[in-house]
Write a protein that binds this ligand. Sequence first.
Ligand code: ZN
Length: 432
Amino acid sequence: MTMIELAGLTTSAVPGFDADSAVSAYLATLDGAARERSDSYFEGGYWLILINAAVGLVVAFILLQSGFARTVRDKAEAWMPWRWLAIPLFVIAWSLATSVLTFPLTLYEGFIREHAYNLSTMTLPAWLGEWAMQLLVSTIMGAVFLTVFYVMIRAAKAAWWLWGAGIAIVFMAFALLIAPVYIEPLFNDYTPMEEGELRDDILAVAHANGIPADDVYVFDVSRQSNRITANVSGLFGTTRIALSDTLVEQADADEVLAVMGHEIGHYVLNHIWEMFIYFGVLLALGLAFADGLFKWANKRFGQRWGVKDIGDIAGLPLLSACLTIFFLVTTPVYNRIVYTNEAEADIFGLNAAREPDGFATVALRLSSYRKISPSGWEEFMFFDHPSGQSRVAMAMDWKAGQLEMGADDQSSDLRIDRAEQISAELEAANSD
Ligand SMILES: [Zn+2]
C-alpha cells in the first residue's frame, strides 16, 4: 500500500481532515520567487557533484604527469631516516598542492555561490580564515591517518583493501570521538541552551526516549550562514545534541521540538554505528575497485609517473582519483543509505515530539536551501534527506493516523498562517 492510498484511507474515517489536501495547502504557501531561487541553488548542486569529481581527476593527473608526486616522494624518502616517515611529509605536500589547485572551485562553491543565494553571512577574510583552518585540520588528520593506512597496506599485500577499509573506519570513529572537543570548537561556539520551557520540553522528550542528557547545546551557525540546522555528534562520552542559533531564532517552539525529535531519533536508533557498517562496506568495495583500476592505470602510465605499486606513497593521487570515480558513480547508493536513516529519524521524531504541523512548517523553511518538490527520480538520485514535500506528506499521514486513533492531543487544524509567514520571510530574505 502506498502512502497516498494510506492517506486516502484514513481521511475517509476522519471528518474535517484530509491528508492530501493538507499537503497541498502547505506546499501552496511557497509559490514565490524564493522557491524558484532555492530550486536553482539546489539543482546547481547536482552539477557541482560532477564538476568536483572532474576537477579532482584533473588535479590528480597534473600531480602525477608533472612529476610532482614522484619528485616529492624521492625527496621525502631521501631526507627521512625511515621510509615510513616520508609518508606524512608527502601527505602534507599533496594536501597543500591539491588545495591550491582546487582553490578557485572552493572559493566559488563555498563563498561566491553562497553569497549569490543569500545563504552566507561571512566576509571574505573570515571565510579565508576558516578555509585555512580547515586545511590545517584536514592536513594533520590526513597525515596521521594515511601514515597508518600506508604502513598497514604495505604489510597486508593482496588483502590491503580490506585492511584499508577497516583502518579507515577505526579512524573515522576516532575523528568523531574527538570532534566535539577539539574540532567543532575551532569553528563555532557551543553553549548550553538557555533555561526555559523549550529546553525542559526537549529534555523531557530526550529522557522519555532513554537519553540521559541533561544539556542541549546551541551553536552559533549565524557566524557562517543563515541556514537552520541541528545535529548529534561525538561518540561514547562526547556525544551531544546541538541546535543552531538560527533555529532557535527563526523557529517556533513546536518546530524546534519537531527538529529535536528527529535528532533524538538518530541517537536512539544508533545511526552513527549503522553508518560505520554501511560506509565500511562501501569503502571496502571502493578500495577493491581502486585496486583493479590502479593496477591497470599504473601498468600503462606508471613508468612516466614513477609509481611502483599500491603501497607507494607517490601513487596517492592515483588512488584518490580511483576513489573519486567510485564515489561519483555510487553517489545515489550513498544518498540512499543516508536518506533511509533520515526518513527513520523523521518518523521517530514525529512519534517522539508529536508536532506534525511544526515538522511540516519547519520542512517548508528548509526550502531556503533544499528543493521542496523534486521529481521522483531526482529525489532518488540526489537527495540524502527526504524532500520538503515528502516530509510534509509524512507529517500529514502521521497526523491522519493519530486523528483516526482518536489521539486527543492532535488537532485537525493546519498552521497555514505560520506557513504563510515563513514564506513571506523567505521572500524577504531572497530580495536582500
Ligand atoms: Zn537527520
